[in-house]
Write a protein that binds this ligand. Structure first.
Ligand SMILES: Cc1ncc(COP(=O)(O)O)c(C=O)c1O
Length: 481
């Protein structure tokens, strides 16, 4: 087990984190801002808060304000006084807030989870819930089921496509409990038993598994260090009469590649010639971290495309919201396929997302945090694991590292012994292999990433020493985000 020491939060860092807190009254606003930052991980758990005197000076408030705010934190379970050593951050009910065990290979306590490419909630999410609760009364008189989606959210989502130059009517949007659910619905609607579906490899495995479990036969197409091979895609589409092709053209999970506009146009031409429908997963599309302009949506090149979207990566996975943008002629089939799975997503969360989207497709604070985390991870990897190679992603949530030897599964095992959970390449491989790769997300706070890096280096020293081994068959686990 790795040794843990309590991090110390400086007064300056805490003051910057809570800057602009509500001052009516100041102690309550300060406590609320601290609780949000402790809750979403900006101020780490188990960390020592600055002394009341230091924080008073850093914030330029009265000492009573800080004393009362700290008292509120303690009352609500977000801080704990340790006799003679100060006040430490915590979460109420501690352990029950740890990641769900279904997503982790071992006991979650104390593990740094680098399996999940999904970040903590951005600042402002709590306020969006409070505001959305005020919108709720208007819906209470109805039955609360919205199988196509809550109208204001359908409108807000359609507007995001309009802003990207893709005319979209709100009735083309079907709101789902996440993009994975959207993939399952679309697979049901578009693929029959035994029909073939082209999928990228490596790729986000839960989506391909859900397509497979709808009865489709998967035909893998490699995405390598250079990205997509359009010639291979064209000739496969000519040979295989595929009903659909599932692709992730924006910050592809796990490789991080972005398909260029020219490649989209060429891909669309191949699909048209083959009569194959594209299922385009845009879960990471809004996460451009370098201020770059993204290529137009794939559906702008291939109008018959069914597009999947997610609130999980651009806002928060806990919203459990995603959507389908379908061409009008497919909307009825998609709604029919969804009705046998569920009857709609929760109303409050849809109101929250409608409010968030009114501010833009992603919050700038969220991007800033991810950018900082990417910097820490990529610099740390270059320094501490110099024989790993990677292409630097311009966005998304993870880096796909090539190891000098095919030992990723062994690396994940060694990392787990050092309380770091990792996903090895084979989990993303549609037809086995890829043990030379590991996906490392930058979704965790910088303190976690800094703590994980030396443990990764140690794990690699232990796992990578004895050269290549046969690639393990199958996957340890499919679940990953
Ligand atoms: C490409 C891709 N699609 C879908 C999902 C699942 O998203 P959601 O949380 O909206 O179900 C993920 C999550 O990692 C993903 O990477």
């Amino acid at each position: 087990m790795a040794q843990t020491t309590s991090p110390v939060l400086s007064a300056a860092r805490v003051a910057t984190t809570v800057a602009g807190f509500d001052r009516s009254p100041a102690y309550a606003g300060l406590a609320e801002a601290l609780i949000e930052a402790i809750g979403d991980g900006r101020l780490g758990h188990g960390a020592r808060l600055p002394s009341e005197r230091d924080l008073t000076t850093a914030l330029g408030v009265s000492r009573t304000t800080v004393t009362r705010a700290y008292a509120m934190l303690r009352e609500q379970g977000y801080a704990q006084a340790r006799h003679g050593s100060g006040t430490y951050t915590r979460l109420p009910h501690g352990r029950s807030h740890a990641p769900d065990r279904v997503l982790l290979p071992s006991d979650a306590e104390g593990v740094i989870d680098l399996t999940c490419a999904a970040a903590s909630a951005p600042p402002g999410l709590l306020a969006a819930f409070t505001e959305a609760a005020a919108d709720l009364p208007a819906y209470l008189g109805g039955h609360g089921y919205f199988p196509a989606g809550l109208p204001p959210l359908q409108e807000a989502i359609a507007a995001t496509y309009e802003a990207r130059g893709l005319p979209t009517r709100p009735d083309q949007i079907i709101v789902t409990p996440g993009a994975l659910s959207a993939a399952a619905i679309v697979a049901r609607a578009l693929t029959g038993r035994g029909s073939r579906v082209l999928v990228e490899s490596p790729v986000y495995p839960n989506a391909t598994e859900s397509i497979r479990s709808a009865g489709a036969r998967l035909v893998p197409l490699p995405v390598d260090a250079e990205g997509w091979d359009l010639e291979a895609i064209g000739s496969t589409l000519r040979q295989v009469r595929a009903a659909a092709a599932y692709l992730v053209p924006d910050f592809q999970n796990p490789t991080g590649h972005v398909m260029t506009a020219d490649q989209r146009a060429a891909y669309a031409a191949h699909l048209r010639a083959a009569g194959t429908v594209a299922i385009v997963d845009e879960a990471h599309q809004a996460l451009a971290l370098d201020g770059q302009e993204m290529p137009p949506p794939f559906a702008a090149f291939a109008p018959g495309t069914v597009t999947l979207g997610s609130a999980s990566k651009s806002f928060w996975g806990g919203l459990r919201l995603g959507w389908i943008r379908a061409p009008r002629e497919l909307v009825d089939d998609v709604v029919a396929a969804r009705l046998v799975l569920d009857l709609g997503a929760p109303v409050l969360e849809q109101l929250v997302l409608a409010r968030l989207l009114a501010r833009g497709p992603v919050l700038p604070e969220h991007l800033a945090r991810l950018r900082a985390q990417r910097g820490v991870l990529l610099d740390g990897l270059a320094e501490q694991l110099p024989d790993w190679t990677f292409h630097r992603p311009g966005g998304g949530l993870a880096v796909w590292c090539r190891l000098p030897r095919a030992r990723a599964t062994a690396l994940a095992r060694e990392a787990e012994r050092r309380d770091v959970a990792l996903t090895a390449g084979p989990v993303f491989a549609v037809a086995g292999g890829l043990d030379r790769f590991v996906r490392i997300p930058w979704a965790r706070p910088v303190d976690d990433l800094r703590a994980a890096l030396p443990r990764l280096a140690e794990a690699w020293a232990a796992a990578g020493a004895d050269g290549d081994r046969p690639v393990p068959r199958g996957r340890d686990r499919v679940l990953v985000a």
